[in-house]
Design a protein around this ligand. Structure first.
Ligand code: MG
Length: 292
């Protein structure tokens, strides 16, 4: 049985937010799995998920609504604007937050982006949801189509594909032990170096950290703690959100996420219960096919 999909992502995202780009503990244990405010981002509300989950939700709802893979770049941008405006969240880059708040149309939004120069994690953090698609070519095509709107370079596209392919492989029967070989077969030898820069906000840095958090974890809670404990300063909410959505497909991982963290997750109109409802639709419409 799979864990919940976007709900698990939101748990990781909301937990990791308290350490985003702050020097943090590297010996966290289960008692650390609670929500907290962010000392610098005062607009952030404890227990809320952030941009990572919100953009993934936008993409997932669009996939569920369309029930076809005939989706345009404009429709993706409309979905991001709609999902943000109905329930504004923080955690986006300053520029993205401003565009989502101020732009009324996809054309206006796109005209203010410089996608070739953005090597941050925006394309990757919303890519995991495409992994549930059975047809790998359609899955990769949509991952790239939506990714290139904001992050059209080697770091952006490779990171987005790595996340979507990881979810795809595990959702459709692949094992954690075989994941690395699958990614190498798909992305080429040495793919981890594509566009990597020594910067905690670099998309490839974030994705490789998320994948390494999966290793040696016995539980979903271990995955969250590995994210925090592997490095002192990182984009913890995004790394944890990506690690969580991938880990949610990994059937060998037990849950062990403390009830306090689950109870602390926001549960307004688009919070915990809403995400779980979407997750049930995902399992019904994009069921596991044993492809690997
Ligand atoms: Mg975030």
């Amino acid at each position: 049985m799979h864990a919940s999909f976007l709900y698990t992502m939101a748990l990781g995202d909301s937990y990791g937010m308290k350490y985003e780009y702050l020097p943090h503990t590297t010996n966290a244990d289960l008692s650390d799995l609670v929500h907290a405010e962010h000392p610098k981002l005062t607009a952030y509300k404890k227990g809320d998920y952030t941009d990572d989950t919100q953009m993934s939700l936008a993409n997932m709802e669009l996939l569920l609504a369309k029930q076809s893979f005939d989706i345009t770049a404009e429709e993706f941008v409309s979905a991001w604007l709609h999902t943000f405006k109905r329930d504004p969240h923080v955690g986006y880059s300053r520029h993205m937050q401003k565009l989502l708040a101020e732009c009324e149309t996809p054309a206006e939004f796109v005209s203010q982006l410089a996608p070739s120069s953005r090597t941050t994690s925006g394309a990757a953090m919303r890519a995991g949801v495409f992994g549930v698609i059975e047809d790998i070519e359609e899955m990769k095509r949509l991952t790239l189509l939506q990714g290139r709107i904001t992050h059209n370079n080697l770091a952006g596209t490779t990171s987005a594909l790595a996340v979507a392919l990881s979810v795809h492989f595990l959702h459709h029967g692949g094992t954690r032990q075989q994941l690395e070989a699958f990614l190498t077969a798909q992305l080429g030898e040495g793919w981890e170096q594509n566009g990597i820069e020594n910067d905690p906000g670099n998309a490839m840095m974030i994705v490789t950290q998320a994948l390494s958090a999966l290793k040696n974890a016995k539980t979903i809670a271990d995955v969250f703690l590995n994210v925090v404990n592997q490095i002192e300063n990182s984009d913890t909410d995004t790394v944890c959100a990506i690690a969580a959505i991938i880990a949610s497909r990994c059937t060998v991982l037990e849950d062990y996420v403390p009830e306090t963290l689950k109870k602390g997750l926001e549960n307004g109109t688009y919070g915990a219960d809403y995400l779980r409802k979407i997750d049930m639709q995902v399992e019904a419409i994009f069921p596991r096919k044993m492809l690997y």
